[in-house]
Design a protein. Sequence first.
Length: 322
Amino acid sequence: EEYPWINNRAKDNPFRRYETYFQVQQPAPIKFTDLKEIVEVDLSYDSLPVQIRHDYFKLNDNEVIVPVTLQFRDRDLTFKEENGSHVARIGIYGVITSLTNRIITEFDDEVSLAYAPEELHRRLTESSLYQKLLSVKGNMRYKLDLVVKDLNSGNIGVVRKAIIPPDFGENQLAMSPPVLSGFIQQLPEAPPQDKMFVLGDIWIRPQVDKTFFVNDPLGIYLQVYNAALDQTTSRPSLEVTYRVRKDGELLVENTDREGGSIQYFSEQRIVLINALYLTNFAPGEYSLEIQVKDLISDQETSATDAFLVKEPDRQFTASKTP
């Protein structure tokens, strides 16, 4: 087959399970009530630095999936010895509210990091990620409040973000904002339950700070909506162009007309995955442009993003395990 890794039968749709997941999800009792109180009284803390990014993907005509990813520098966490390992523990509370302060969804979680003594010194140069998959109605504005607490030291960080899902429309070709990643892998099948860093049947770890090392692969993930399917083959026909510029100068231009970027397609969405290799890229800031043309409907859409390339640390090299 031309696309041996693609199966667009409805029963194989790797995103279908999210419809049921968000419908039956019941709010659990909040464990970290002290963190919830910080949001309710609108306090600010910055003793625990945390970076955050959120993305938007169309679920259906009414709902949007919002993966929220947090990044912690391990050196900002407090590790205590437990049973021969060094362990850091983090409490997380998050709430999405409407502009009228109505709670749309809230959650809390406790996560831990455990390293062997011989690993700790190296790991303190690295970062750790946490992700929560949320769902909101489209065409509305929301506020996200997040409180994180180092349970060993008591240090707290507070982050507040606006959640404004884009209008993906119904008849106009549209695309999600791209996700830049240092790790993308297709799974044998979509997991039956929600799993961190998994979208459909793709394991993707966002590069929260959009920073890559020289010679690293720059992984790109995005979804395209409202594309036409050929009436004879029931397949899309896209021309996807990836451009990288530095200070306005075009450095890379790759165009895919054969569908090599297509990982999955259905009537609801097309998932595109690609990788650009930063071989011989000088350290600095770069811009990425992705242009998608639907060759059947003759519509176009595009998106841009920025990323940073830097030299790897000479003393330590981060091990990018998922």
